[in-house]
Write a protein that binds this ligand. Structure first.
Ligand code: SF4
Ligand code: SF4
Length: 164
């Protein structure tokens, strides 16, 4: 079971469409957390070519990811379990946009765009449209705990370019 709630419909603090026409720096902590759709794509193991520094995405997820149900299984203690986990901040998004898919809410808002039509926040927390759009990695990836480092190159996938 994932420890991270993907959206908290009981939160009265979130206004409908609270993200609309706002900048990355404008959100409260609760709003910021709610923007993540939990797709997990930023939790995929990435490889960098030493020659040209090109980034490759694998279909292997971080050891903290709940590969069956989706979401980070160690969210509240992720930095102690996975020290290399990048904690999302407006600065992280601005400095390393290549680590996130173009569908990611933080990337979209940083570019002045609306959330994708299937985003759970646009469906009262329902993740069905998002799952139907094929955005989540849940059920499609292996955990890095089950994959040897020597196998990673064979698991490179065009994830980001395949998205709706
Ligand atoms: S890519 Fe963006 S929306 Fe998807 S899990 Fe990461 S931060 Fe959340
Ligand atoms: S520890 Fe970080 S990279 Fe790993 S699954 Fe959790 S949020 Fe994703």
């Amino acid at each position: 079971m994932s420890e991270k709630p993907l959206w908290r419909p009981d939160s009265g603090a979130l206004r409908p469409d609270f993200w609309f026409d706002r900048r990355l720096d404008d959100f409260s902590t609760e709003e910021w957390e709610a923007l993540c759709d939990g797709c997990g794509q930023c939790c995929l193991v990435k490889l960098i070519d030493e020659d040209d520094e090109r980034l490759y995405i694998t279909d292997v997820a971080c050891r903290g990811y709940d590969c069956a149900n989706g979401g980070c299984a160690v969210y509240e203690r992720r930095k102690s379990v996975v020290p290399e986990c990048i904690v999302l901040t407006p600065e992280t998004v601005r400095e390393s946009p290549h680590l996130f898919p173009p569908t990611c809410a933080y990337i979209r808002i940083g570019q002045g765009q609306n959330l994708p039509e299937w985003h759970p926040l646009r469906h009262a927390g329902d993740r069905g449209p998002m799952q139907a759009a094929g955005v989540t990695i849940a059920g499609k990836v292996a955990s890095e705990t089950d994959v040897a480092d020597s196998e990673l190159e064979d698991r490179i996938r065009p994830w980001f370019s395949d998205l709706p």
